[in-house]
Write a protein that binds this ligand. Sequence first.
Ligand SMILES: [Zn+2]
Ligand SMILES: [Zn+2]
Length: 174
Amino acid sequence: MRIRLDQIADEPFLWEETLSIPVAEVERTELVALGEVALRGELRRTEPGLLLKGRVRYRQTLTCDRCLSPFSAPVDALIELWIQPERRQEVAPEQELEEADFGVLYVAGEDLDTAPLLREQLQLNIPMKPLCRPDCVGLCPQCGADLNQDACQCAGPGTDPRWSALADLRSHLD
Ligand SMILES: [Zn+2]
Ligand SMILES: [Zn+2]
């Protein structure tokens, strides 16, 4: 959705929208599927600029970093961004860093397009190492069996597959 920013005066602008965003546009290989993204937003003027507060809800399917199985999980996340007109002067690097902490979005022109903003939020909601469950034991480093399903024959009797995975990792480090 495109929102005319110059129309927002004293009253906050409230809106709701539902977007279908193609998985390829999010540019994360861990993302397998994406449900419709529901956004509920509020824009209010806070001289200088505007403050955007929103809530996104959707379902995403990710590939587990350990067992490589796809798993689906709901997302319910808050957005808080400070909207500023596109800057034209040079900004000192320290200042830029400081601004990044606050989540500043620079907008060129009169319109705010919510689609690119949402794509960025979707990226933020994908963990660096997604896990199907916190205690996922992953694949056997030798035979590739999914150790969540069944213990394979590689680990000797009485050996916890988690320890053999660790031992394997250690042997790689040595
Ligand atoms: Zn897993
Ligand atoms: Zn195995």
